[in-house]
Ligand binder design. Sequence first.
Ligand code: C2E
Ligand code: MG
Ligand code: MG
Ligand code: MG
Length: 273
Amino acid sequence: VIKENQRNHYKLFESSITKDFKEMLTIENEMRRAIKQKQFEVHYQPQVDISNDQVIGFEALLRWKHPSRGYISPGMFIPLAEKTGLIIEIGDWVLREACRQNKKWHEKGYGPTKVSVNLSVKQFLQKDLVNKVKQILLETKLDSAFLELEITESMSMSNEAYIMETLKGLKELGVNVSIDDFGTGYSSMKYLSQFPLSKLKIDQLFIRGDKEQNQAIVKSIIHLSHSLDMKVIAEGVETKEQLEFLKSQKCDEIQGFYFSKPVAPKIAERFFA
Ligand code: C2E
Ligand code: MG
Ligand code: MG
Ligand code: MG
């Protein structure tokens, strides 16, 4: 009886793995097709200077407009794109598209605003990243001062020397780098002070979450950023109350639904009015 159960259990396990695997292959193939068929879009969420309510930049956020499944959020497919390596191709496209769009806005006389592009670990660690960024800036004619890159803390512990080299290369280009989702990863204070970084993005968890303790954390991150000569932006700001608190703590910038959701480029243009 036990053997029988084990066998059944094994079968169940096997079939669910096969199913996951097939599902993964399907999505992988669909992602390849999506690149060719231009199903990806970049949406833009305004970043606002807290001192004067001016939109000073936009975060570029990837969207997949799937022909039958509708919009698929990046949280669903970026991890798989990372695993399969497709993130390189997709990421190059996002970077080029965001720079192109931002330059187009500048040419229309809007802004000039910055555009902030997310890079996942694999993208950041690719050998020719600095050259690639340089190339895309030349191609799109965007001034490097108007491009920002967001990386997460997950990579700060490994490949220290290589990360330093890349960050220095980007700095030489004039491209600023921020730490996204700050407070949820593993940055050590050592890296934070040594790496040439320009901004910390306080994770939404601390902005939204349960009051007093989170407010204490937010205060410390703002203080830490300023002590290290970095700017600080709060993401996930949804209420006036959160905004007022951040103002009182001298946070530099905010981003969140309180101001606007990420929107298609046409709609983003309204923020220039
Ligand atoms: P992230 O870079 O931390 O982006 C912030 C996420 O929070 C976005 O989700 C945004 O829509 C959402 N958000 C902004 N304000 C608020 C708010 O007030 N309330 C709430 N509840 N949410 C808010 P999204 O667009 O689904 O992106 C999720 C994650 O996917 C991003 O987190 C980023 O890590 C990744 N991602 C998005 N686009 C790209 C990309 O082009 N390349 C890479 N490598 N990753 C990307
Ligand atoms: Mg981000
Ligand atoms: Mg974030
Ligand atoms: Mg994130």
